[in-house]
Design a protein around this ligand. Structure first.
Ligand code: PRP
Length: 221
């Protein structure tokens, strides 16, 4: 892989990092220290022209859109909520798969027939678009975590949240209702970097696609 330009890749701790590092390692990019235990936010790699920055998931699209990072790995949920102009999304990495869903307490009759419902979520834009498509009047309540608690405590009628195993919903007497989107992590690229550092960005995209293809993980194949 021929990376002539310096490139900064934005990652986020947790499942995305755990599943991205093996892909980067397969193309010869390894952090020079343990990202999970280190408190450093800028980490060099075994490829001298490539550095990693570790951010909150919701900040990855922002860093890449503004060109503070050239590339990033972000969940489709974050891209639907915070993505947009200034970002290319050339590769579905097929990792950190889950679903973005509405959910409500088990058996509680659905709200979609009611004229107005209260919805707790951290995905305000996604939720607004979803309920508008359905013609449901939704009062959105922004939360930053533990969304499942909101209907149980009478704060909301339903939630819009990520469902992976479904365990959190089940253990809190809730059930998934409607699927809004299937989620996986995407490689994203700053549009200006795609022009000014084209050969290096493309070398990285091509190397990662080859690894995904070899592992049978390339979307649409
Ligand atoms: C996410 C999501 C759900 C849970 C779903 O929470 O918000 O609460 O995972 O996973 P499951 O279907 O496998 O139970 P996360 O742990 O990221 O924390 P959060 O509450 O801060 O969003």
């Amino acid at each position: 892989m021929n990376i002539q330009h310096s490139l900064t890749i934005a990652l986020t701790k947790g499942r995305i990092l755990d599943e991205t590092l093996p892909l980067l390692a397969a193309v010869g990019i390894e952090p020079t220290e343990d990202l999970e235990s280190s408190r450093k936010l800028i980490i060099s790699t075994t490829v001298s022209s490539i550095q990693l920055v570790v951010l909150r998931g919701s900040d990855v699209p922002t860093y890449v859109r503004h060109g503070a990072a050239d590339l990033g790995v972000a969940g489709k949920d974050m891209l639907l909520e915070f993505g947009g102009d200034g970002i290319y999304e050339p590769l579905d990495l097929g990792i950190a798969r889950c679903r973005l869903m509405t959910a409500a307490p088990k058996g509680r009759s659905l709200s979609c027939n009611s004229r107005r419902i209260r919805v707790a979520t951290k995905f305000l834009n996604v939720a607004r678009a979803h309920y508008a498509r359905k013609g449901v009047n939704a009062d959105l309540i922004k939360l930053y975590g533990s969304m499942e608690l909101a209907p149980l405590m009478g704060l909301a009628d339903e939630i819009v949240d990520i469902v992976d195993t479904g365990k959190t919903l089940a253990e809190n007497g809730m059930e998934a209702r409607e699927e809004i989107a299937e989620i996986s992590s995407r490689l994203i690229v700053n549009k200006a970097a795609m022009r000014t550092r084209h050969s290096s960005v493309m070398a990285l995209i091509d190397a990662l696609s080859t690894v995904l293809k070899e592992r049978g993980m390339l979307a649409g194949e």
